[in-house]
Design a protein around this ligand. Sequence first.
Ligand SMILES: NC(=O)c1ccc[n+]([C@@H]2O[C@H](COP(=O)([O-])OP(=O)(O)OC[C@H]3O[C@@H](n4cnc5c(N)ncnc54)[C@H](OP(=O)(O)O)[C@@H]3O)[C@@H](O)[C@H]2O)c1
Length: 272
Amino acid sequence: MGDVAVVTGATSGIGAATAVALAERGFTVYGLGRRADRLAALQNRGVAGLVVDLTDNAALEAAVTTVLAAHGHIDVLVNNAGYGEYGAIEDVSMDLARRQMEINVLAQMRLVQLVLPAMRRSGAGRIVNVTSIGGRFSMGFGGWYHASKHALEALSDALRQEVAPFGIKVVVVEPGVIKTEWSQVAGQNAAQSSGHGAYAAKASRVTNMMNRPWVNWLFSSPGVVAKTIVRAIQAPRPRTRYTVGMGAKPILLMRRLLPDRAMDRAMGILFR
Ligand SMILES: NC(=O)c1ccc[n+]([C@@H]2O[C@H](COP(=O)([O-])OP(=O)(O)OC[C@H]3O[C@@H](n4cnc5c(N)ncnc54)[C@H](OP(=O)(O)O)[C@@H]3O)[C@@H](O)[C@H]2O)c1
C-alpha cells in the first residue's frame, strides 16, 4: 500500500503545490482547506479534498477519522496552513490574536495529536511543520504572526525529541519570501487593524509593501518550497530544518550577525 499524506492549507500556494507534488510521486494525498471549489479543482491532479476549517476541532477529528477509516494509516502530516494577522500589537484585537494562535499553532498541534496514535502503531511517520524564517526573528507589525511561528518552531523541537523513539521524524521547513496569497492577506489585515489611529502611516506602508508588484516578481514560486518538503519527506535521514526560498538564508545570516538594534534598522528600511 502507498504512503498516505495529509496536507493542510492545500487550497493555495505552498500547500497546493505540495499536495500535487506528493500525488505525482505516488502518495495518496488528502488536502485540507476551507474553499471547497479549490479542493474540487485539485481532484483532477490526484488530491482528495476535505473541507475543514482549522478552528473547528470536530472537523479536524472527522478528517483524520475519514482518512484512517479508508486506509488504516497516515504516514505523513504536512502542517502548512497559516496566515499573517498583521497590525500593530496595540491594535490587533485579542480575538484576532487568539485566532492567529488557533490557526497557526493550536490546530496544527491538534492534528499532530490526532495522527500520532496511528503513526506510533506503524512505528514510523513524518511530520513536516511549515514555519517561516519569521520564526527566527520578528518585524514590527507582524508581532502576532512571528509569535505563532516562533511557537511552532519551539513545539517542533520538543515534539521531535518526544516522538523519535517511536520512529517518527519531525521536520521544520522555513520558507523565505514566496509568491502566494499570503502577503495580500497580511497586508489587508494590517490595514484593517492599524489603518486608522497612531500607527496608520506605518501600517499603510506595510500594506503597500505587501502588495508591491516590483517586489513580487522577485519572490520564489511555491513549487520551490514544495520540492523541499517532498525532499524532507523522502530523505531517509531528513535534516531537522530546511530553509528555502528568496531571501531566506541571507536574512537568517543577518539575524545571526547583527545586534538587535541594527537588525531593527535593517527591517525598518523595508517599510520606508
Ligand atoms: N508566502 C510566504 O512568503 C511565506 C513565507 C514563510 C512562511 N509561509 C507559511 O507558509 C504556509 C503556507 O502559506 P502560503 O504562502 O501558501 O499562503 P496562502 O497562499 O495564503 O495559503 C494559506 C493556506 O492556509 C489555509 N488556511 C488559512 N486559514 C485557514 C483555516 N481557518 N482553516 C483551514 N485552512 C486555512 C488557506 O486555506 P483556505 O483559505 O481555503 O481555508 C490556504 O490554503 C503558511 O503557514 C505561511 O505562514 C509563507
